[in-house]
Design a protein around this ligand. Structure first.
Ligand code: ADP
Ligand code: ADP
Length: 234
């Protein structure tokens, strides 16, 4: 059954005469699926991510997540975007805890059981190869390290849906493939639904169960393909 549904969506930036970024965009991502979205630069991949997370509301069509029409930012979603956006006055650890402060069910627990969440954040940091970096400030980390910390922040509140927009962009190829394995294991172990935007087809094939290909702008899905062969799982 579908966790994410995009149905005949048009998204135009800058008013009625503005630029049409996506047109007639439709797709469905099933619960537990790992979907990748690929397509040329400027075709509307980031727009698609922002539509699903409720950062943008389309002029036409409907976006549904977990059966509810998206009309505002959705808090069951973890997001990691291309450019890490961490608050410079907070340590890396406190940045990772941020999503907990906006989700009611966690906010109350966070106040009373902070140590538990700090421990969890530290475990996540270790998973992405940043053990011991929690007390550093984001500006003390390299671009790639910030991207890895960003991934921890997307995961701290155990979202049902993880939206990843080129989250491995600034990584050297060695670290990138290490993180692919982290993400793949996470998907296998926790069954979290993942939508990954990438322009790296190899990355899409390595990670995803299903690949959506978008046309050039205005973007829509021109191919929807399950990955036809078994990938190594260890
Ligand atoms: P992709 O992620 O595939 O590179 P985007 O979704 O970022 O594509 O952009 C799709 C199109 O919409 C591009 O032509 C881009 O310049 C334009 N666009 C994206 N965001 C905005 C915005 N906030 N305002 C105006 N135009 C935008
Ligand atoms: P990345 O591939 O993550 O962008 P760099 O090539 O910039 O990383 O850095 C390589 C390694 O140097 C990092 O994995 C990390 O171990 C170390 N490093 C980089 N910046 C810092 C820093 N500010 N403090 C401590 N170690 C750092």
């Amino acid at each position: 059954e579908a966790l994410v549904t995009i149905q005949d969506v048009d998204m135009r930036y800058g008013g009625p005469q503005g630029l049409l970024a996506v047109e007639g965009l439709s797709l469905e991502v099933a619960t537990g699926e790992f979907a990748a979205v690929v397509g040329p630069s400027g075709c509307g991949k980031s727009t698609l991510m922002k539509l699903v997370t409720g950062l943008y509301i389309p002029q036409e069509g409907a976006v549904t997540v977990a059966g509810a029409r998206v009309t505002k930012p959705v808090n069951i979603v973890g997001m990691a975007f291309q450019n890490p956006t961490m608050l410079p006055w907070r340590t890396t650890l406190d940045n990772i805890l941020l999503p907990l402060e906006v989700v009611d069910r966690h906010r109350h627990r966070l106040r009373r059981h902070k140590a538990e969440y700090v421990e969890k954040a530290e475990r996540l940091l270790e998973t992405v190869g940043l053990k011991g970096f929690g007390q550093k400030y984001p500006w003390q980390l390299s671009g790639g390290m910030q991207q890895r910390a960003n991934l921890c922040r997307a995961l701290i509140h155990e979202p049902d849906l993880l939206m990843l927009d080129e989250p491995f962009g600034a990584l050297d190829s060695f670290t990138r493939e290490e993180l692919w394995c982290v993400i793949r294991d996470l998907h296998a172990a926790q069954g979290v639904t993942i939508v990954l935007v990438t322009h790296d087809l190899r990355e899409a094939v390595f990670l995803a169960d299903r690949i959506f290909v978008m046309s050039a702008r205005p973007g829509r899905i021109i191919k929807n393909q399950t990955v036809p062969f078994a990938r190594p799982r260890d």
